[in-house]
Write a protein that binds this ligand. Sequence first.
Ligand code: HEM
Length: 160
Amino acid sequence: MDALLALTILKVVHVLSASIWIGSIVSLSLAVRVVRSVVGNPHSVAISAEMGRRLRPLTRTSLYMTLASGILMAYERGFLSGLLSLDIHYRPVFVVLLKIALGVSVLLTVGYHASLGSSLVRAKDANGLPKVRRRMSIVGWLTVAFSVILAILGTVLRFG
Ligand code: HEM
């Protein structure tokens, strides 16, 4: 396939899936707050868990597609070879390294958030786990912050 066409397709997939990923996690985070303020604990836990479960195919697929297309695009644009040859004078190398580290961090926070959610749902008295709920909220917003930084770094790479 023509290299420019391949890069264009990857870029479209990357930007669209990144928009869906960020849009869905921001909406979900806000919806969880609304549900909690309307129905209160512990009912909000079950409703929030159900919303997360139903949206999971969209959130997970968009995240994986963003990460895969990002890595392929970095390869196509020669950023990965710059990284592997440890060319420290090549400025984008640091941005690519940071994007990879943040991409891995997002995978970890998403996994941790899901496991905290499972323990909250399994707990008999969800009111009795304020620490877990607080940690879930911090990890959730951290995931949003990492994802927004990844998008900003993507713009930096565009001009790199
Ligand atoms: C959740 C994770 C990620 C999000 C939300 C994200 C978001 C974005 C966005 C919005 C852009 C477009 C910026 C623009 O055109 O102005 C971009 C570009 C880019 N991203 Fe990502 N990204 C993510 C992960 C990754 C990863 C893990 C890599 C691998 C190194 C990567 C590599 C790239 C590259 C190479 C570009 C530049 C494309 C170009 O203009 O040639 N991205 N990213």
